[in-house]
Design a protein around this ligand. Structure first.
Ligand SMILES: *Cc1c(COP(=O)(O)O)cnc(C)c1O
Length: 364
């Protein structure tokens, strides 16, 4: 297991008081060896990335490019992303993983006297960025069925809004009409829609960018492009928002995307056919898995992502998590209020999911 990085000694005399106060994000376990292990805990894609992205790495000239600094603006990558969505390159910001893009968005748009609004159950990096940048967080409870109640976000004096769509770790999708309501509630503040999982079945809010100057949509190559190890994410919005992000980025790191990552990501984004096929495959496996777990009596939140959020019958989520771990299957368990009876299970290959279902059947 990863050592928790929180709650360690906070009285180190070399640390600044601000660092001593932090509670850093703890990522899902990345075991040193994945031999014999079925890894369904961090929503990685079970398949290798696009062959066109892989081919870039076979280019014998690639190492010689590393002598030079990369393009600080990632122009080719941004142009390729823009073309996919019918946008201009000035409407695209790229970062070292969407986590870095999100960090710059928090810094650029949410550091205000008013609180930032987000759901009580959501991506657990959001409160970490709030703490890092001294942003007050105001969390709004999801409904009993884990859907987002948009009307609750009608709060005067909000500093901004961020939600993942579909939400993590629930997998629940919020229709675009409701995203539009959110945008209209806070026309003077930025609304970030974190679409890390949108390719697995939802409609993207990118279609709304032209009409809403306060909309920023964030995507990652880590999940649907099977490139979690490359660390590339991007944000899309009107040019004035992208300029705000660039001010933060260029005050922090001019070269967040290395020269290899720029080339691999460009090839991956251009290969739309691979993306569509891969997502269809993952979605088909997800639907099969849901049907089989349903039969075993699991309660499953409807998912539009490459994972499912499921409550096991007869046994606590924690006990099932431990029993699966003994059988070399890792899923994600969150020991947190409201969700401690659920497991988040990433969608693997058909064989991996068959092994998961068989193990659950055995344990139950
Ligand atoms: C995985 C994930 C991210 C981070 O993705 P990276 O690009 O790998 O940093 C951001 N937001 C949500 C909701 C995620 O699940």
């Amino acid at each position: 297991m990863t050592e928790p990085t929180t709650d360690q000694t906070t009285d180190n005399p070399f640390w600044s008081p601000a660092v001593a106060r932090l509670h850093p994000y703890v990522p899902g376990e990345q075991p040193k060896t994945t031999a014999r292990l079925i890894k369904l805990n961090t929503n990685e894609n079970p398949y290798p990335p696009s062959p066109k992205a892989q081919a870039v790495l076979q280019d014998p000239q690639l190492p010689s490019h590393l002598r030079l600094y990369p393009d600080p603006e990632s122009t080719e990558l941004r142009t390729t992303i823009a073309a996919q969505f019918g946008l201009q390159a000035e409407q695209v910001f790229v970062g070292n993983g969407s986590d870095e893009v999100l960090a710059h968005a928090f810094y650029s748009f949410f550091q205000r006297p008013e609180p930032l609004l987000f759901p009580d159950i959501t991506y657990s990096f959001y409160p970490v960025y709030c703490e890092l940048y001294g942003i007050e967080a105001r969390t709004l409870p999801l409904r009993e069925d884990f859907s987002i109640a948009v009307a609750d976000y009608a709060i005067d004096g909000a500093g901004g809004v961020i939600i993942p769509n579909p939400n993590a770790p629930t997998g629940r999708y919020l229709p675009l009409a409701e995203i539009e309501q959110l945008l209209k509630l806070h026309p003077e503040r930025v609304v970030v829609i974190d679409e890390a999982y949108i390719d697995f079945g939802g409609d993207s809010a990118i279609a709304l960018i032209d009409r809403y100057p306060n909309l920023l949509v964030v995507h990652t190559l880590s999940k649907s492009h099977a490139l979690a190890g490359l660390r590339v994410g991007y944000a899309l919005g009107q040019a004035h928002l992208i300029e705000g992000l660039n001010r933060a980025k260029n005050s922090f790191n001019s070269y967040p995307i290395d020269g290899i990552a720029q080339k691999v990501a460009t090839a991956a984004i251009a290969d739309r056919t691979w993306l569509v096929d891969n997502c269809a495959r993952v979605i088909a496996t997800r639907e099969d898995t849901c049907a089989q777990l349903n039969e075993l009596g699991f309660e499953i939140i409807p998912s539009t992502a490459n994972f499912i959020f499921a409550k096991p019958p007869k046994i606590s989520a924690e006990d099932l998590f431990l029993a699966l771990r003994e059988r070399n299957i890792i899923v994600r368990y969150f020991n947190k209020p409201r969700i401690s009876e659920y497991l988040r299970i990433s969608i693997g290959t058909d064989e991996e999911m068959a092994a998961l279902v068989a193990a659950c059947r055995e344990v139950l």
